[in-house]
Structures are given as structure tokens and as C-alpha cells.
Design a protein around this ligand. Sequence first.
Ligand code: ADP
Length: 517
Amino acid sequence: MNPLDALQKYFGYSNFRHSQEAIIQHVLNKQDVMVLMPTGGGKSLCYQLPAVLLNGLTVVISPLIALMKDQVDSLNLSGIPAAFLNSSQSPEEQKDIAIHLKNNELRLLYIAPERLFGKDDRLIVFLKTLPVVQIAIDEAHCISQWGHDFRPEYLMLAGLKKEFPGVPVIALTATADKLTQKDILEKLNLQKPAVFISSFNRENITYRVNPKKNSFNQLINFLEERKDDSGIIYCLSRKSTESLAENLKEEGFSAEAYHAGLTNETKAKNQEAFLRDEVKIMVATIAFGMGINKSNVRYVVHVDLPKNIEGYYQETGRAGRDGLPSDALLLYSPGDAMKLKGFAQVENNPEQSAIMMKKLDDMVNYCQLHACRRQYLMQYFDENFPDNCGSCDFCLSEFVKFDGTLIAQKALSAVARVKERFGVTYIVDFLRGSRSEKIWGEHKLLKTYGAGADISKADWQRYLRELIAMGYLRLSDDAYASLKLTLKSDAVLKGLEKVELISSQTTDEKEAAPLDF
Ligand code: ADP
């Protein structure tokens, strides 16, 4: 059977999405593959379809024990024999599955990583006696310390390629910046992997950031307009999920809490009620959501600042999986950023602390952005997105553009004069002619020193952010976040390209997030 026929027969779909077809072809050709696709993009099909076509067993490694049953049930309903092995099963059940495996009656077996390389290697030894034809590693970013959801047990998966030489490995994730991508490939030991990166743009989600003033009232206003809709509200602490859920209930909303400290029973009950639309609002920590396949989540609210863009984007991505218009709202306060800075320090690990700080800075910059949010997000994931999106809070507010070529030239030239060694704050001080010892001492003779003294600090900061968002400048990938020129800078410096900037006189000014750094 060819892949398209199998797609129709087993899954009931008539077309492949994104690069599903090419990915599947690679697996069928026994090549290793890494797949980066946004939540809801259709990753599961990339290994489930080869599992149907290949004559043998596909082993799926997933951290989400709670969801294995759902996936296996839905495969079995589609006529694809599948099972899972995890600690929730009785020895009899496990034995039963082993018999099915021995008889080559299963196409897919879901297991948790700690099970595979657990206390003894019995399962590995057993699996090696079976015709394993594909290994899928779901949520592959869990292997990376740079990812936002590191799970030490994933590190054990490094041994897979050795244990199963010649078996194609397909690593899948909805979230991986460049560093994490590299880490996944290295740690899993993938051989000449093909890497497929789908567009991460979620067109149907409108991104908004509002300054956090009185978050409960802000929430109530937001929710009043969405009384019949399902949504997720993310909080930083377990305690606040419970108190917020209670407060919302008192206001007449249908809400429950979810966090890792609740009993398994309560978690399962609340999750089930949310999935069935019996409860409209899930107030949760980030423990909630990975792998949750609920298509009609209409909004995701962050009442506290997320630690990094990857996490934020994945969480907001849980809205609108059905493609219908959905909202992502973040309530930002600089105080939250200060609080998280404390958490970003990893004891005895300066390298990791620096990376976490940089990621937090990127998150803060997003909140303080005075430019298209989608453009910033896409750029963060190295995706080219040249135009304003028209559907984030910035694009939806009315703003006035002006010819900012001269301002851009001053900024770019300042960055060049100080040899691309300094960050936003320093460049602004330099342009404004600060008398600080370092700037005065080192740079007072440089041509652009003080060339922008007529522009306020806040405006300069905003212009620099806009220039970054438009790709005329970029921030270095290391912890220093120094401003660097880009391929696009040259044309501006030579006067070959005009740059439009946004005037500070936007009609939406009062609602814009505070611009402190
Ligand atoms: P991900 O794991 O990337 O978050 P899923 O694999 O859960 O996404 O897929 C999301 C939804 O899209 C599922 O309901 C799935 O059945 C559906 N889907 C996947 N591939 C296709 C396709 N080619 N055509 C239509 N729907 C698809």
C-alpha cells in the first residue's frame, strides 16, 4: 500500500500536511529524521503511518504516561494494533502484551524512557529479539538541558542507536531553538539525519501582552467576553492555580486547577472534565498541557511571565488547534521578570545559568516589544517573516510610521563603531552621549558618540527593538546579548535602503507595556 492510500484507509485524511509525506518517505528509506512541527501540526502521523506500512514493530518513546492510553485506544479504533507498557499495568497485563509482541501482532508499542533503560535491561534485551523497524522519540527536546523541559531519563536514549543499529530513529518536538536542535541530534546520536522544520506560525492565534495591574480584574474582563469558550490560564505557582480557580468559581466561572502536586486521581478527574467541556477553564502550572489533544481551546492566558519563549510559544500553541481564531494573552509586570531572574541561577552551573538568563531576557524583550509580536516570535525560531502580521496587539493598534532612516543609520553606525561588543543599554547611553566613565573614557572620540542626544532613552530603546524586529540588527546568541549588524544593515548604512519606524504617538500608547529594561 502506498502512503496516501494508507492515510485515507487508516486515518481518514485525504492530504498530507506540512512535510509529513517527505518525512514518512525518509523513515521508509531507513533514514534518521528530526521533525520540528508546531503543536497540532500532525507529528504523530509521521511515525504512525510508517508503522502501518513497515513490516515490524515501531517503538514509541514518550514521557507522557498519562496519555499513552488515549493514543493507543485511538490507534486500535483505527484498526492499527498498538499497546503501551507502563507502571500502571498489572504483571498479567504486561505479560499479555509480551505475548502479543512475541507473536508479532502489534504495530506500535509505547513506552516511557525510564522503562526502556530501567534498573535492568530486560526490556531492551526482549525488544532486540523482535523485528523493530522504527523508533520514534516524542517530545525529543526533553533530552536537552537547554530545552525548557529537561528530563534526565531522556539522556539514557543516547544508547538507542547502538542497541538498534540500522533502525531509523525519528525524533519529534514542537519546541526547539537552534541550541536545543543541535543537542537533540548529538545526544541521540542520529546518523546523517534529515531535519524537517515546519513553519511555526500559528496564523489563527492573536498575541497580546498587557501590563499587569490588577490581574484578577483584568482576567475577569477578558473571561466575561468568553464565557462559553474553553481556555487555559497558566500561573507560576501551584498555590496560585488553586486560589485562582477558587476565586473564578466564586465569580461564577467554570474552573478547575491542575498542577503536579495534586493526586493522580484529582489530576485525571480535572483533565477529563476539561477535555469533555464539562469544565471550561483549566487554571494550571506548566505541568498541564503537553500532549493534550483538545482542539477547541479558544484562549491561553499567562498571568505570570513564562521563563522563556519556547515554553510560552508551546503553551500558547495549545489554543486553536482546530484552526479557528483564538487568543493568547500575557499579563506582564517587570516585577515578575525580577522574580524569575532569581530562579534562572542554576547552582554550580554558570554556563546553564547564563543561557537561562538570556532566554529570560528574550522573553522580557518580547513583552516590552513595540513592534509586531509574531515577527519577533518567528525570528526567534529563525523563520523569515518579513511583514507585520496584522493580528497581534501591536499590529491591531493604530500607529503612525515615519521615515526613520537617519535614526537607523545612527544606531547601526554606533553598533559598528563600538565593534558590535555592547548591548542595548550601552548603545543607547553611547548614542545619547553618556558621561559614564566607561563610555566617556573609551568611546568619546568615536563619530557617533552623542549623535542621538535629542532622542529620549525610552524612544531609543524602542527604535532599537524595532530595528531588531525588522532584522536590521540582531542580539548575539550568547549571554551578553550584544547588538550585532546583519546582512540587511549594510544597505541602510550606505543609504540604499529607507527604514520606517513607528512614532511614539500611537493611539494605543496607554495600553502598551512599560518600556523599562
Ligand atoms: P502534534 O503531535 O504535532 O501536536 P497531532 O499529531 O496530535 O499533532 O495532530 C494534530 C491533529 O491533526 C490530530 O487531530 C490529527 O489527527 C490531525 N492530522 C494530522 N495529520 C493530518 C492530515 N494530514 N490531515 C488532516 N488532519 C491531520
